[in-house]
Design a protein around this ligand. Structure first.
Ligand SMILES: O=C[C@H](O)COP(=O)(O)O
Length: 218
């Protein structure tokens, strides 16, 4: 399972979370990644150096180097250490043509891509654009602590089936409200190959304990 921790803009210490992720990754078969704000990416990369945990970006724009003010350039993200990036997160939506271009930009620099969508139909459409993975997240459950795997298991199973029909090589993750190891196991049993989560770690009093709990049953 892939446990992808998006720190969003939560007021947590991204380096402390990364150090915890590095420690936890040493004792699990699960793949762990941390996606900080772009300005914190290099510090997180440094904190993860030599560990099995990986730095991810939260967003990439479909722009080339040059006259693109205020954008997240794939080359800069890769130079800062990112090995992959989210795209089209519910809190950072893109038009379809921009998602297509963002996946191309990530491919240009070797960044792995996880394209988000609200519904099975949306992630199936995203799968047609050739990302490495898609993540289905019902927005109404994001940040609630109510896991999608329990509140709306059909959305996960339907996303897995819909994406397999488009491109079986695209992995399917699920997110929203995932915060415990039981939630991750439930997601795996529904067919997901990873989870995308944020508040369960970023808002935890002890991020290390939260990460440990997430991967302990895997
Ligand atoms: O990127 C993460 C998702 O939006 C889920 O957020 P959450 O774990 O706080 O519900």
């Amino acid at each position: 399972m892939f446990v992808l921790v998006n720190l969003k803009t939560y007021p947590c210490d991204p380096v402390a979370v990364a150090e915890a992720a590095a420690d936890v990754a040493a004792d699990t078969e699960a793949r762990i990644a941390v996606a900080p704000e772009a300005a914190d990416l290099r510090a997180v990369t440094d904190a993860l150096a030599g560990s099995d945990a990986e730095p991810f970006a939260q967003h990439v724009d479909p722009v080339p180097p040059g006259s693109s003010t205020g954008h997240a350039l794939a080359e800069t993200l890769a130079d800062a250490g990112a090995v992959g990036t989210l795209c089209n997160h519910s809190e950072r939506r893109l038009r379809l043509d921009r998602i297509d271009g963002a996946v191309d930009a990530a491919d240009r620099t070797g960044l792995e891509t996880v394209v988000c969508g609200n519904t099975p139909t949306q992630v199936a459409a995203a799968a047609a654009l050739g990302p490495d993975a898609v993540a289905v997240e019902p927005p109404e459950l994001i940040g609630t602590g109510t896991p999608v795997s329990a509140a709306d298991p059909d959305i996960v199973e339907d996303a897995v089936a819909a994406v397999a029909a488009v491109d079986p090589d695209v992995d399917v993750f699920c997110g929203a409200g995932i915060s415990t190891g039981d939630d991750v196991v439930a997601a795996r049993e529904l067919g997901a190959e990873g989870v995308l989560l944020a508040s369960g770690v970023a808002k935890a009093d002890d991020p290390r304990a939260a990460l440990t709990d997430l991967v302990e049953p895997l």
